[in-house]
Structure formats: structure tokens, C-alpha cells
Ligand binder design. Sequence first.
Ligand code: FAD
Length: 426
Amino acid sequence: MGRAFVYVILGGGVAAGYAALEFTKKGVSPGELCIISEETVPPYERPALSKGYLLPEAPARLPSFHTCVGANEERLTPKWYKEHGIELILGTRVKSVDVRRKTLLTAVGETISYKILIIATGARALKLEEFGVSGSDAENVCYLRDLADANRVVDVMQSCASGNAVVIGGGYIGMECAASLVTNRINVTMVFPEVHCMARLFTPKIASYYEGYYNSKGVRFVKGTVLSSFEIDPIGKVTAVNLRDGSQLPADMVVVGIGIRPNTSLFEGQLTLEKGGIKVNGRMQTSNTSVYAVGDVAAFPVKLFGETRRLEHVDSARKTAKHAVAAIMEPEKTDEFDYLPFFYSRFFTFSWQFYGDNAGEVVHFGDYSGNTIGAYWISKGHLVGSFLEGGTKEEYEALAKTTRLKPAIDDITELERQGLGFAVTV
Ligand code: FAD
């Protein structure tokens, strides 16, 4: 038993949705394209799961955040896919792929063949078990990657009103979840091994700005240590977490956000891998010319920095997806991908954006006791990265434009004095 398509997108997340929209813009014919996804719903804007989805009042629910509303484009509902003759094979895991034969085998035993495959399998949340801690299957321990996880967070949160939550991990999932939990009137303690939150991106000064606000909202930070085990009651619920520093925290629920691992396993030994992902060229093409990779799973050349990177951010998922489709459908009109890394997050009433690379020396600007804070990163005499909290659309655009230009910086003190004004006037 089997079906054949010209184009198959493996995975039904953010990148898949943006790729589908681009296919229709480039004139795909009905019946040519299929999306196969383990998830039971069509592509949606995954970042909503740790933000609007967890609000106590008027929470975001599907179908409101199907792709591509996150980029102010059309909202692709099940009806849209039907109208465009795009086959959605949902709730279906692909268990093996043969890139030489150009076939995929699903968990229900169907063989699907393709002429061109786009890998958009994203990533999965790392489990505590991978760090030697057991207990992830306890009913009040939550992860957050997909809709099922988000529903679980909501259920568990509702069952522990005014209780204690321990958030494991100080990255953006931890920070966004902690804010949502507080908004749901839950007491939060965050635990992470680094010296401050968002350690991969924030400087100590930026981190302290946000941590101060979290403290004012009652969030406690336990830094420099990790979870070592859970106390679990006879009905299988975690009641406390034990930390490696010997302390114990009471817990009515636990949210774990300790990083992700790209879903590459179907292609190991078949395609070239790099930086933990599937290596692609500037056309998003893998080491097999009939196979493309996009989104979190793709390691692609970032021209601006002259190196291959794998980015775990929604903007890169959207743009790599669009670029792959353009390269497939209009090869002669499509140049090498030229991307400015961009990442944002929102928690409480904060909203920040980051562009470029956080390498080299840092220049902070703005009012760290007020509402607008920012920073530039200077590497080898050039501005390579920028960060801004609470900017306007025009200010963010100016920051992106300036960062892409990588202007030479001769006088760091002058840059510090000009602050945001530097980007706005470049
Ligand atoms: P995904 O969206 O993860 O989609 C992968 C898809 O592949 C899934 O549907 C999965 O089920 C499917 N799949 C995988 N393996 C198989 C298989 N074998 N068979 C069938 N289907 C399979 N980024 C930001 O820049 N800013 C944010 O504020 C932000 N917030 C986020 C909040 C949360 C809670 C999460 C989880 C992520 C957030 N991100 C954010 C990151 C962003 O969502 C990802 O970068 C983006 O979703 C990557 O898109 P993707 O299509 O590559 O992967």
C-alpha cells in the first residue's frame, strides 16, 4: 500500500506551515504536496504555547494561531489545505526514510514516495532521564514542546492553584513558563546551574534587570545547582525536588525546560550532519540533492558570519522554509540564503528582540532602572549583535538594519553615549 507525491514535507510544525504557504504562492498543483506529521493538528505557531496559551483569561486556542499568523500572513486552517489540494497526513509518525529509494515508511505501515523531500522534523525537549534523573513520567511533571504538552501544563496548573511550582532551567522556556505560572497565581522557584537566567544570550547586567522584576513578582531563583531527584508520593505525584546542593523545594508541579535535541535520527548514516543538525547549503539542500532541510533541524551557512549554524528560533524556521521552497520551485531566480539571526521572547509585559551574534565585547545602553534597555556586541572592531527591550517597530527595524551592516566601531565610549541613537541614525 502506498501513495506518491511530488513534494513531501516531513513534520508539521512552524516550518511546514510556512513552506506550504510558499508552495501555493509559487504555483504548486493540487495533489502534488503532502505534509506528514505526528501531531494531530495542522501547523501552528509554536511560540504561542508558552505565552498566550497559558494565560488564565482568554487564553489563545486553535484555530486562532495556525501558521502563518505569526508573520501577519494567511491563517492556514484545515479548510485552506483542502482548498489547495494539499494532503495532510496527521497523527502519523514516520518511522523510517530511505533517501536512495525516495520513500518514507509510516508507523501504520504505509509507504509514501516523493520526488523532493523537505525535512522539517524540528526538535524534541531533552528529558531529565538524559541527565540521569528519573521521574519525568510523574503526573505533575511537565515539558513544553507541543500542544499535548501545553494542555498538560494547563491541566496541572489548574489543579494546583496557589501552590508551588519549580521550574527547572533558566532559558526562555523556563522564563516564559515562570511568568505564566505567576500570572496564574502559582508560587514559582526557578532552578538552573548557571549564574544568571538566559545565560546563552543575556549579559549579567541584562539578566539582573529581568531577574529583579521576577523577584518583585515573588519568583525565587536558585542558581548554580541542578535537580538531583524527586520525592514522589504513592500515587505517583512529585511532592518535592531535591537539589544537588542538598536543599529541598516543595513542589505541587514541576516544569522542565532544559534544552532541545534536533530530530535527525531518521537520517543518520544517510545525510551529512553538522552542529547536531542536518547540514544544508545556501539553498537548504542536504547532501542528497532531492532532500532539503529547514527549521530547527537544519544547520545552514550564515553568510553574515561566514559559518554554519543551527538556530532554534521561529523566524529562522519561517525563513529557511520559504527559502527552500523558492529554491525548489524557482531555482534560477533564487540566490544563496542570506539570513540575519533574529530571536525574540515575551514574558510579563516585557518584550525583547535580539539580532545577529552575541560575540565579543558588550556595550550596554538605555536606562537599566527604567523601561528601555539595550546592548550591542562588538567583535573584531565591528558591531555584530544588538538587543533591545521595549522598542518600537521602527527602532527594531533600525537595529536589524544596522546589525546586518556590521558597521566598524572605532570608539566604544561614543557608541555607549549614542546608545539606540546610533542604530537609528546609521
Ligand atoms: P517544529 O515546529 O518543532 O515542528 C516539527 C514537527 O515535526 C512537529 O510537528 C513534529 O511532530 C514533527 N515530527 C518530528 N519527527 C517526526 C516524525 N518522525 N514523523 C512525523 N512527524 C514528525 N522561538 C522564538 O524565536 N521565539 C519564541 O518566543 C519562541 N517560543 C517558543 C515557545 C515554545 C513553547 C517552544 C516549544 C518553542 C518556541 N520557539 C520560539 C522556538 C520555535 O517554536 C521553533 O524554532 C520552531 O517551532 C521550529 O520550527 P520547526 O518547523 O523546525 O519545528
